[in-house]
Design a protein around this ligand. Structure first.
Ligand code: PHE
Length: 335
């Protein structure tokens, strides 16, 4: 029984010490084998107790050896730097930017080259900044165009912004013209999720306000932008309606009909809608304390997902939010 205490108190710190200990107890000619050999000479009435004791000794000796070996291994791992200095390093895999960030950064770059700065605002908005200031008074039917997620309806409406036009309102409230700003950000709409639309997506909206800003300035800015981003500069403007711009237009880019994909995504027309735009409605300027008799401006807005899908031929918008590394990995080269 004294041996059991010896085993329990043993504190070997080197491979040699532990090995010596192991041989003493568990080796071929070790104490335990000796005891087991002795077993047959033990009187019958003591056999049970003797057997139990040597089994206990064996188990704790084995446990001790295992424990010390593991401890020793951990020690060496931690001190790994002092180990084999010629061992080759392990390559660390570099991550990649998300395609939404890549495209967002490209758009920011293109507009900052012609003097636009970047403005941001809250994702949780009040009714004024998302709707009313943008010429969408209460009960205006166009509010239904944007399926809004409401957070609170009493005493005032608090909601998830449905577009980043809300940021433009905030920017106009806080800054005097000339204003040249783009507002990238996440927006929310209560829409059914499918391969083409999602309830969360990203936009970049632009705003330019100064003296004598005309529709020609808008068109030239759009031409510059499409040429820079897509390398294509054939566009057309289709009359459209937005409450905050007048006149309003939808911008189509001529994508071509060279490949089967071109055919499919443009539904055989060659044209693709890429954004909405227009001249800022005088009511919006007034709401933001800008005198419409002195200033005019244009605004535009586009969905980043839609543009990323076109640029990278991504067929399903849901891929942007699944974070499947097999998808994300493919954007490594375009940091
Ligand atoms: N805010 C509009 C939308 O989310 C886009 C837009 C912005 C249209 C500016 C015209 C001018 O659909």
């Amino acid at each position: 029984k004294g041996y059991i205490t010896e085993v329990e108190n043993f504190q070997g710190k080197t491979t040699e010490e532990i090995e010596t200990f192991r041989i003493k107890f568990l080796g071929k000619k070790g104490l335990l084998n000796e005891f087991f050999a002795e077993f047959k000479n033990v009187p019958n009435d003591q056999k049970k107790e003797f057997g139990q004791t040597i089994n206990q000794l064996k188990n704790s000796a084995q446990a001790k050896v295992d424990e010390l070996k593991e401890w020793l291994e951990n020690q060496t791992e931690e001190k790994g730097i002092y180990g084999d200095l010629s061992r080759p390093g392990e390559a660390i895999e570099i991550g990649s930017r998300h395609p939404i960030s890549i495209v967002k950064n490209q758009i920011i770059e293109i507009f900052s080259n012609i003097g636009f700065n970047v403005s941001e605002g809250p994702e949780i908005e009040d009714d004024w900044h998302n709707f009313t200031a943008l010429n969408l008074p209460e009960y205006h039917p166009a509010r239904d165009m944007q399926d809004t997620f409401f957070i609170q309806t009493n005493p005032e409406d608090i909601l998830l912004r449905t577009h980043t036009s809300s940021v433009q309102v905030r920017y106009m409230e806080d800054n005097k013209p000339p204003i040249r700003t783009i507002s990238p950000g996440r927006v929310f709409r209560n829409e059914a999720i499918s391969s083409r639309s999602h309830c969360i997506f990203h936009q970049v909206e632009g705003l330019y306000i100064d003296k004598d800003v005309s529709f020609a300035d808008l068109k030239q800015t759009l031409l510059y932008f499409t040429k820079q981003l897509f390398g294509k500069s054939k566009i057309r403007l289709r009359p459209s309606y937005f409450p905050f711009t007048e006149p309003s237009a939808e911008v189509d880019i001529y994508w071509g009909l060279e490949t089967e994909t071109d055919y499919r995504i443009t539904k055989g027309t060659g044209w693709l809608e890429i954004m909405g735009c227009g001249m800022v409605d005088p009511n919006v300027l007034k709401n933001c304390n800008i005198d419409p008799n002195e200033y005019s401006g244009f605004a535009f807005g586009m969905g980043i997902e839609r543009i990323a899908m076109l640029l990278y031929q991504i067929g399903d918008i849901r891929m942007f939010y699944e974070n499947d590394v097999r998808f994300l990995k493919q954007f490594k080269s375009v940091l």
